[in-house]
Design a protein around this ligand. Structure first.
Ligand SMILES: N[C@@H](CCC(=O)N[C@@H](CS)C(=O)NCC(=O)O)C(=O)O
Length: 228
């Protein structure tokens, strides 16, 4: 066993880590976040405020914060571009994805969506986020039928973008039209990545298990009301 992943029974942030673990062929056990959060949060190494947490058996330590977990795995399994600039862009892409998660869930349900706020967000910020990922991909040669976010080989950026938009459009199919409109090459990339042999069975099984559960809680219901 290579890792333990502590997360909730939803895809949301956990699917980023799980896709990368499957992509690199690492073995892991998935455990409920309650095993650590909140009571043991301060007892682990590198304590983190909230899940996901990844325990690395090789290091015998736990890592928190999604972008740090992604960077840790990407370093170990060579899922980063070679250049320093490329590595910065890969981290930036994961951070962008995390920001989109926060915005879509209104900072994890601090506020619920209403129609007017949702439509404004969808038309303005979500559309701009999609265009921004598309632009980055195009700057690195991404095309309809080939290429990756940051160049000719896959990196953690592709896994993150797939975890973000593949999950969003699976859980809220109405958003597929937005992605096709504002980021057609990203939409195609997400499909290519989801079909990779290491990932397709895992995704099918996870989607069967979770249905269209996304982020859980009241905010998931609020999103469903907007997009249902
Ligand atoms: N910045 C952290 C955020 C972690 C986070 O917000 N986790 C959510 C689930 S995805 C949670 O369980 N939050 C509970 C809390 O913040 O107390 C990361 O990227 O990992």
């Amino acid at each position: 066993m290579d890792y333990r992943l502590y997360y909730w029974n939803i895809p949301f942030r956990g699917v980023f880590v799980e896709l990368l673990l499957h992509e690199v062929g690492a073995s892991y056990q998935r455990l409920d976040a309650r095993e650590i959060y909140p009571d043991k949060s301060l007892q682990i190494d590198n304590p983190g405020m909230a899940p996901p947490y990844l325990y690395d058996y090789g290091m015998q330590k736990t890592i928190a914060q999604l972008p740090a977990i992604m960077l840790h795995l990407a370093h170990k399994y060579d899922y980063l571009p070679r250049s320093a600039e490329g590595q910065t862009q890969a981290l930036k892409t994961v951070l962008d994805c995390g920001d989109v998660l926060m915005e879509v869930t209104r900072f994890y349900g601090l506020q619920m969506w209403d129609k007017a706020a949702w439509e404004t967000f969808r038309e303005e910020r979500l559309a701009r986020w999609m265009q921004l990922f598309e632009k980055t991909g195009c700057e690195h040669g991404l095309q309809q039928d080939r290429g990756f976010m940051l160049g000719s080989s896959i990196s953690m950026a592709d896994i993150a973008v797939t975890a973000l938009f593949g999950t969003l459009t699976h859980c809220y199919p109405a958003l597929a039209a937005d992605l096709n409109r504002y980021a057609p090459f990203i939409a195609a990339l997400v499909q290519r990545v989801e079909q990779r042999p290491a990932l397709s069975d895992f995704l099918a099984q996870q989607r069967q298990q979770y249905g269209n559960a996304y982020c859980g809680g009241e905010i998931q219901r609020s999103l469903q009301q907007m997009l249902g």
